[in-house]
Design a protein around this ligand. Sequence first.
Ligand code: ATP
Length: 282
Amino acid sequence: MQQRIAAHAVQPNLSPLPNVRNIIAVGSGKGGVGKSTTAVNLAVALAQDGARVGLLDADIYGPSIPMMLGLHGRPDSPDGKSIEPLRAHGVVAMSIGLLVDQDTPMIWRGPMATSALSQLLNDTRWGELDYLIVDLPPGTGDIQLTLAQKIPVAGAVIVTTPQDVATLDARKALKMFEKVEVPVLGLVENMAVHVCSHCGHAEHIFGEGGGRRMAEQYGVPLLGSLPLDVAVRELGDSGTPIVTNVEKTATVDSYKSTARRLAIQLSGRPQVARPLSVSLLS
Ligand SMILES: Nc1ncnc2c1ncn2[C@@H]1O[C@H](COP(=O)(O)OP(=O)(O)OP(=O)(O)O)[C@@H](O)[C@H]1O
């Protein structure tokens, strides 16, 4: 039988979800930095390495995971209570975007949004998972803080671009996770460099080295620097995350190595015995 990934410690006052060994939150201080794209590709890359992976789209106001994974149709609820996640590219996924009309704007206030997410987390039939990646809403407001406090996470990943305005907000995300005792497993610097597909010229459109500087300053690992690559956007829009591309490109490599570094960072955290108790979020 294949060796399974261990469960790692969560916030001191919470218990891990049964059957879900490690919840990893993906956050960003700022919107539009590529948090969802990164979450999707990391989830698929971990599954490609043999892990059992789930993806929860907690970006309730702009759920983009269904499109990025190419998911269609409504999830089943055989008993009228629990919901069956949908499956794509080796990952099981759940999103509020699968349960409401695409054109319906989410106008919920904080408490409603967090209780809807708690329900999605608890009522989805995830099955046995090694990793559940949670794509948080962008920012560091009340909703994000409440989620970081209530979801029993083993660690967080912060996505930023190298630009000063993005790293400034990413620092706030880092502080937010520290405040609620969620270990930051590392930073991912997205859109770090653009290589012209015609002439090969490398250009640092959003500045150079912002992610590395921030990682060094705060003593957190830089899990990866991902290029700005039109294929990431095109494939994301068509529901086939770039890591599913059989062509071995530098971009595919950088996502896969980022996923491996993430798994290694998590494996160094304190382990817990097999989770038995049910975590009830309110
Ligand atoms: N490395 C990349 N190269 C090219 N395009 C990218 C890259 N990363 C993300 N994108 C594109 O940038 C846009 C924003 O990405 P995404 O939706 O993942 O960001 P986000 O931070 O989750 O946004 P939001 O704050 O709205 O949730 C998308 O069109 C996506 O395809």
